[in-house]
Write a protein that binds this ligand. Sequence first.
Ligand SMILES: C[S@@+](CC[C@H](N)C(=O)[O-])C[C@H]1O[C@@H](n2cnc3c(N)ncnc32)[C@H](O)[C@@H]1O
Length: 165
Amino acid sequence: MSAEPMFSFPVQGQESDERYTPSWVFEHMGITFDMDPCSPGEGMGDAVPATRKITRHEDGLSIDWHGTVWVNPPFSNSSAFADRFIAHGNGVFLGPVANARWAQDMLDAADLVWLCADFAFTHPTHTGKRSSMPLMFCAIGTVSTRGLRALANTGVHRGQLMVHA
Ligand SMILES: C[S@@+](CC[C@H](N)C(=O)[O-])C[C@H]1O[C@@H](n2cnc3c(N)ncnc32)[C@H](O)[C@@H]1O
């Protein structure tokens, strides 16, 4: 009996987790982050300016977070990273505008939100994948808020800034 693939389309999981933030995002924010707790690791093709990068093998959810963090979570586990980001309360989070409890919690917690059209993410072998949903950058803390405002105000990409009342 031949082994047929169970699915003829990519199953959400580790493959869809590898979508890296384009470098223009960081160039315009001008922040050197203390930590990226969900990273492919040094030399794997991401553009995140972070002093410490934590990979899936180390598990960013199992270690202490410190300082100003950058979080573009693995799509397969957005909720846990979003909750952890809110509890940490210092950094910039990038994720889809999802119809999910964690997304509402994120909007409640953020000091500044930039709602924007989706854009192409990067990856060493399959560059160009888009999220297919609008995106939101959520900043908590002074440094992060300043950086996100600078990014949004460049006009480099279409979006709306929202300040938490
Ligand atoms: C959407 S990518 C973002 C990569 C990078 N932070 C960026 O913004 O370009 C999510 C990354 O998290 C990694 N990852 C998945 N599970 C993880 C875990 N438990 N702990 C740390 N990193 C994880 C994936 O391998 C992937 O490289």
